[in-house]
Design a protein around this ligand. Structure first.
Ligand code: V47
Length: 373
């Protein structure tokens, strides 16, 4: 019996056999295949297939990094209904960090953990901040910490800066790169289906615009990540459509590094009837993402949103990355996340080793820094 036959014999849901055959042959999966996977209860087979693809792409390695999140402000003109973090100017709890405060924070984290390699900076669309204010943050961080990679600003923030400055998206990105920007995070993807998007974030840039910003960034040599917010009011069809649009964009530019499915957290949000996601749905979403996004090198199980335990199991359901130490994360915490804000490097290594994978400490661009075999 060949390896493929052996694997096929393990697929219990017979509906999944033609999909398994495609996966073993390295053939692209269709929209309907994605739907069948989501509708199947054969979670073991789905995991097996996703793990197969994951291992083909990344061997037995699972990645993490030593990073810190900085959120310069929670003051935001946005109206996203899934966001529990935003404040209006003058609201209780509204804050804005000065450039000095940002530098002091990073310096403190750096002294606590000298192996810090990445600062992830995203925040609100502040009504009084101009492009120059955002630019100054990048310039100052780069000047003070030249060796740290700055992964900053979602596509939404980039478009906001373009609007405020009257510059094009390309010009904004060029100036940010000149100032020291290293890559773009994936935030702001949400769900591309315009009907759903209009209901959960009516004032946000469209899915098309999100993809346009990322493609422009890729054209300038920036690597970027992509996200999908799932578990609110969207359907399985919406999720698959979102993944296929990302796959098509990646066919064009090949600039995406990592896809991060973000599990919706409902606390303090304005989505009626919304609930927490379940472990099974989270694992399926990770696995289907791995299977549909055949041209994305990495799938990230973001432990802040999934919790350490589901994030760990995700490493056997198609994910090869668990994000990093994080240290300071307020966006999901405001919406009810209980995973905590910091995880030590030792704990990340243990989570990875326990699933039988080899932990690899990476930088933002997936250069290998240390293998913990
Ligand atoms: O775009 C907001 C999401 C995102 C909620 O690129 C929520 O490496 C769940 O994009 N429940 C920001 N999610 C975070 C993000 C990210 C995180 C980690 C790594 C990377 C990366 C990117 O958080 C937003 C939005 O989709 N979000 N509110 C909520 N209630």
């Amino acid at each position: 019996m060949s390896v493929n036959e052996l694997n096929l014999s393990l697929i219990k849901d017979k509906e999944l056999i033609p999909i398994a055959e495609k996966v073993f042959e390295g053939e692209r999966l269709s929209f309907d295949d994605g739907l069948k996977l989501f509708n199947s209860f054969d979670i073991h087979s789905i995991g097996l297939l996703a793990d197969f693809v994951c291992q083909k792409k990344n061997g037995n390695f699972a990645y993490f990094n030593v990073n810190v999140h900085i959120t310069p402000t929670n003051i935001c003109v946005g109206t996203c209904k899934f966001c529990a973090f935003k404040k209006r100017k003058g609201d209780k709890g509204a804050y804005e960090l000065s450039v000095d405060e940002i530098i002091r924070k990073i310096r403190k984290y750096m002294s606590e953990n000298p192996s810090l390699t990445e600062v992830h900076i995203v925040g609100g669309l502040h009504p009084d901040w101009d492009f120059e204010d955002y630019l100054l943050i990048v310039k100052a961080v780069k000047e003070e910490f030249p060796n740290i990679h700055i992964k900053a600003f979602t596509a939404e923030e980039i478009v906001y800066m373009a609007k405020k400055s009257g510059l094009s998206v390309k010009d904004v990105l060029e100036r940010l790169i000149e100032a020291g920007l290293g890559s773009l995070p994936g935030g702001g993807g949400e769900i591309f289906n315009p009907e759903v998007r209009n209901r959960i974030c009516p004032d946000k840039i469209s899915g098309e615009e999100y993809l346009r910003v990322h493609k422009i960034a890729h054209g300038l040599g920036l690597k970027t990540n992509a996200t999908m917010l799932f578990g609110h009011i969207e359907s399985y069809e919406d999720r698959i459509q979102h993944l296929i649009l990302l796959r098509e964009a990646q066919d064009e530019t090949n600039g995406f590094q990592t896809f991060i499915p973000l599990a919706f957290h409902p606390l303090n949000t304005e989505i009626p009837g919304a609930n927490y996601t379940t472990g099974l749905d989270e694992l399926k979403t990770i696995a289907v993402s791995r299977l549909i996004l055949d041209n994305f090198p990495h799938i990230k199980a973001y432990w802040i949103m999934l919790g350490e335990k589901v994030a760990q199991i995700s490493l056997r359901f198609g994910a090869d990355d668990i994000d990093g130490t994080v240290v300071e994360e307020d966006i999901t915490r405001a919406a009810g996340a209980t995973a905590g804000q910091f995880i030590s490097k030792g704990r990340l290594i243990r989570l990875i080793k326990e699933v039988g994978k080899v932990p690899v400490e990476r930088d933002t661009l997936y250069n290998v820094l240390k293998v913990y075999s």
